[in-house]
Design a protein around this ligand. Structure first.
Ligand code: ZN
Ligand code: ZN
Length: 298
């Protein structure tokens, strides 16, 4: 996972904060020390979205004196997701069961999620930034752009002066971002995501700084690859349903035959459901009543 240090005329800022493990904190402190600064010199941290590998150490930076900023509507979901009462975990657990996830996998998934939560610091105050707003990071002007899909209110930053895009998990060089449907998601996360990909395709940038993998230059080329990938996955989803009626977990295991952990199972099922919802909203498939719920082509 990459966090980016911004140095400008008025100081230092970070984009994303990393999961809070002992090793990651060590790496963060050492990397800042290599740049000649201490944790307490980071003035602001912009967190692209609520995932633990991005928001994890924000609380540590806040306690060291930084102001934490996020796209405003992402903040409430982040608080719910990492709250001690685990309501979102319970809700998701029941939802996956309805979609055919075997109970033992569901239990493993739940534990993996709770373990993840232990790498997320408590946050006191998070400042709100809006879609289209220009925020000051260390004296540089960064324009926030809402890019839903990977999470509902994921945001990227466009540095028009440097022609750089801080892409978070929206566009990644080697892997495609996970786009999942959850009981608390917006209605059509994959539809959101594909629209948001098209909307960044023509941004005036020559360098993309992703949260995972190496920086890259050809944004339109990468966007086109990811769009083509999802076209292929949508066709494969229809094939996996075939003529009959199948639950989402069965469809998922046709699309993802090899899954190595409860974590991967969760992402795979949520991703399958996002593709099913996308097809449903475009009249290609139907979700039928039942336990588990069945899906069929229209
Ligand atoms: Zn993420
Ligand atoms: Zn990530």
């Amino acid at each position: 996972m990459n966090a980016y240090l911004i140095e400008g005329s008025s100081g230092y800022a970070l984009v994303d904060a990393g999961l809070h493990t002992r090793d990651a904190e060590e790496v963060l402190r050492r990397s800042l020390a290599d740049a000649g600064i201490g944790l307490d010199q980071v003035g602001r941290v912009f967190v692209t979205h609520l995932h633990p590998d991005h928001i994890g150490m924000a609380g540590t930076l806040e306690r060291a004196g930084a102001q934490i900023l996020m796209h405003a509507p992402e903040i409430a979901t982040a608080r719910r997701m990492w709250s001690a009462d685990h309501t979102m975990v319970d809700e998701t657990y029941a939802w996956f069961e309805r979609h055919g996830m075997p109970p033992d996998v569901d239990q493993g998934m739940r534990e993996a999620w709770l373990a993840m939560g232990r790498g997320v610091d408590e946050l006191n105050h998070v400042a709100e930034a809006d879609d289209g707003e220009t925020i000051d990071l260390g004296g540089r002007r960064e324009k926030l752009k809402w890019t839903p899909g990977h999470t509902d209110y994921h945001a990227v930053l466009v540095d028009e002066a440097e022609r750089v895009l801080f892409a978070g998990d929206h566009v990644l060089p080697r892997i495609t971002s996970n786009v999942g449907l959850y009981p608390f998601s917006r209605d059509d996360p994959l539809g959101d995501f594909l629209d948001a990909l098209r909307s960044v395709r023509t941004l005036p940038v020559t360098r993309v700084l992703p949260a995972h993998g190496e920086p890259f230059d050809d944004l339109p080329g990468r966007v086109d690859q990811v769009l083509a990938h999802h076209d292929g996955r949508l066709a494969a989803t229809l094939d996996a349903i075939g003529d009959g009626e199948r639950d989402a977990y069965t469809i998922c295991r046709k699309l993802f035959p090899v899954l190595r952990s409860p974590h991967e199972e969760r992402f795979a099922l949520a991703e399958t459901l996002a593709h099913l919802r996308y097809l449903e909203r475009r009249g290609k498939v139907r979700e039928n009543e039942g336990a588990p719920a069945g899906w069929s082509a229209t």
